[in-house]
Write a protein that binds this ligand. Structure first.
Ligand code: DP6
Length: 329
């Protein structure tokens, strides 16, 4: 980049929901996870980010959902640190203007960091003049937040844990996504008290953490077969079991904690009730926050939504299909 101002690039990334969770790191600084994970990219929650570098700026200027961040903000720091990686890669010192907008409730278990860092990786690398493949983008996004590794791609995505910067990246493994639906049941939009980063550290002290890694490995093999045969019920059942195993490491940590609140438990019980008493094939998964996502097939969506609206406000129910990978606008 030789001119004073770089090109202005806008990228859009969707969030993703992990069906086999990423929970635990073997290298914190490089974001190398302890296990492979698998997700579905969603078409509902996304981040749109515009980046321009300029040699005339004294420091990065970051506008987050319409509000300029102060350099003392945590978010400012994590975005600037990420931009430093890009600057180093491109051998360029220019600061940047970043304008980022989310349709994801931040820090409430909706993986806003996944779409956030995926969009930032794409927009900033292109703006600075790096022409990266999606695999390289995936490795780069990982350095901002692990789950962002997967949001570069659409459909069902596997993140290969690997053991180095070069071997830890995601790839699309299937677009056999026509029949799956995810309903987000929102009970809280407030930021979580324990970040996933912190939660993963605490969970590693659980005596069942080694067991979690073994279970996740097994679940991954089975869910990949279920995806191939378009068996939504089996996908749901495995994702639910995997999420419960992940959360078991929180309540058994040396300093036990949980992301569940009262509504989380109520929602879980309601989904089990629908399954047992209405013979519906609905399953749940939960990330590092209190909100529950219901997994079902397109065929049963209407019936399930009818029953959910008897208990929850329609405004708190968001139906998502499979979404696409990174897009430049
Ligand atoms: C429970 O990607 O937010 O959503 O890499 O520390 O930024 P960092 O964590 P983050 O963790 C996501 C954890 C999860 C499971 C998942 O998305 O796989």
């Amino acid at each position: 980049m030789n001119e004073t101002n770089s090109k202005k690039i806008t990228a859009k990334a969707n969030t993703n929901i992990a069906l086999i969770k990423y929970w635990g790191k073997k290298d914190e600084s490089l974001f190398i996870p302890t296990n492979d994970s698998l997700s579905l990219t969603l078409d509902e929650f996304y981040t749109q980010t515009t980046v321009q570098f300029s040699s005339q700026l004294k420091q990065d200027k970051i506008i987050f959902d319409g509000k300029e961040l102060s350099s003392k903000d945590n978010q400012y720091e994590s975005i600037t640190n990420f931009l430093n990686l890009i600057r180093k890669k491109a051998n360029c010192n220019s600061k940047a203007i970043v304008d980022t907008k989310n349709t994801v409730p931040n820090s409430a278990g909706f993986a806003s960091s996944a779409s956030g860092f995926a969009a930032l990786a794409a927009a900033s690398s292109k703006a600075i003049g790096l022409n990266l493949s999606n695999t390289e983008l995936s490795k780069l996004a990982r350095r901002g937040s692990g789950s962002a590794t997967r949001s570069i791609f659409g459909g069902f995505v596997q993140w290969h844990a690997g053991n180095s910067d070069q071997t830890s990246y995601a790839e699309n493994i299937s677009n056999n996504t026509n029949n799956i639906r995810i309903i987000s049941i929102i009970n809280s939009k407030s930021p979580k008290k324990i970040s996933s980063r912190q939660g993963m550290r605490l969970s590693k002290t659980s005596p069942i953490f080694p067991m979690w890694i073994k279970v996740a490995k097994k679940n991954l093999q089975t869910i990949k077969k279920a995806i191939q045969s378009d068996n939504i019920n089996l996908i749901g059942a495995i994702a639910e079991y995997n999420a419960l195993c992940m959360h078991a490491t929180t309540v058994t940590a040396q300093k036990p904690f949980t992301y569940f609140n009262k509504s989380t438990i109520d929602t879980i019980n309601y989904i089990i009730h629908l399954r047992n008493n209405f013979n519906l094939h609905c399953y749940f998964t939960i990330d590092a926050g209190p909100n529950v996502k219901l997994i079902c097939s397109k065929n049963e969506l209407e019936l399930i939504m009818d029953l959910l609206t008897k208990k929850f406000d329609l405004n708190n129910l968001v139906v998502a299909h499979s979404g696409s990978g990174i897009k430049y606008l």
